[in-house]
Design a protein around this ligand. Structure first.
Ligand SMILES: Nc1ncnc2c1ncn2[C@@H]1O[C@H](COP(=O)(O)OP(=O)(O)OP(=O)(O)O)[C@@H](O)[C@H]1O
Length: 265
């Protein structure tokens, strides 16, 4: 179970400046009081447009950035106070997959397992198990150098899952995947959330409406750094009084644009 409670993060970004002057520092309020409650056995989606604050929120969840305020716990363990214990309970798939190109897919997975304290035998057995789940038999013994986007994603996901974490966090997992790879990923995530797959808690970020409609039991709409709506897809449709999910998203995420559009008609 993952709980993100009223988390905020402001960056300091420098403007261009002139020939001889350095640009002035400007605050970028990337995340402002975002809250996400993600239950076990459930896929929770953070849905937002480009720059909405999804990656920053997930980076704070993964302990890569410290929030300015707010609190994040994983199975009740505070990420800020006990990062090692919290991270041990999470499998993280970021946007950069960072595989070792000279190692095979299996070696990449086993290496991570060893870093998580697994014995070589257990890590190899788990690599075999994940290879079956993610349909990796054809690439498991190949060096990852030259892997396609989909092959890299599968290997990185297997590596993130090697220690069988109870919580799985994925930043834009279907980016660059074709329809078959996307379907395979959806199947794998559904299995992991089912009782047979261990009733994992899955949190993913995306800007793809269809992904959310097909996959997520719970949705948090993020806009301009804020969580502006939470619910199931039918609940969000009802809240926005929309028939199509895309319309519901635009209404919920950009209410001002909607009212301006309405005023212009
Ligand atoms: N290190 C940083 N320094 C300055 N600004 C940053 C930094 N990281 C993120 N931001 C800004 O914070 C805002 C939120 O960025 P973030 O990457 O979290 O959005 P996102 O929802 O993941 O977007 P996308 O879908 O485009 O990846 C953006 O305006 C971005 O420019």
């Amino acid at each position: 179970m993952i709980s993100i409670d009223q988390v905020s993060k402001t960056f300091s970004a420098r403007s261009a400046g002139g020939w001889f002057a350095r640009g002035r520092k400007q605050p970028v309020h990337a995340v402002q009081n975002v809250s996400v409650q993600a239950a076990n056995g459930c896929i929770t989606g953070l849905l937002g447009a480009n720059g909405a604050g999804k990656t920053t929120t997930l980076r704070m969840l993964g302990g890569l950035l410290l929030p300015d305020s707010g609190h994040i716990t994983v199975d009740g363990i505070s990420v800020a106070q006990a990062p090692r214990q919290a991270l041990a309970r999470m499998g993280l798939l970021g946007d950069a997959h960072g595989l070792y190109p000279r190692l095979t897919a299996r070696e990449n997975i086993v290496y991570f397992g060893r870093l998580q304290g697994m014995t070589p035998e257990a890590a190899h057995a788990r690599a075999d198990e994940l290879s079956r789940l993610l349909d990796m038999a054809g690439i498991l013994e190949r060096r990852t150098e030259g892997f396609s986007q989909g092959e890299r994603m599968k290997t990185a996901l297997a590596r993130a899952l090697v220690h069988d974490p109870a919580n799985i966090v994925l930043d834009e997992p279907t980016n660059g995947l074709d329809v078959l790879a996307t379907r395979a990923l959806r199947e794998a995530l559904r299995h992991l959330c089912s009782p047979e797959g261990g009733s994992k808690c899955v949190v993913l970020s995306t800007h793809i409406m269809q992904e959310v409609e097909l996959l997520c039991e719970q949705v948090v709409v993020v806009s301009h750094g804020r969580s502006v709506a939470t619910g199931t897809v039918p609940e969000l449709l009802a809240q926005a009084q929309a028939a199509r999910f895309e319309d519901a998203f635009v209404t919920l995420a950009f209410p001002q644009a909607q009212s301006h559009a309405g005023a212009a008609v």
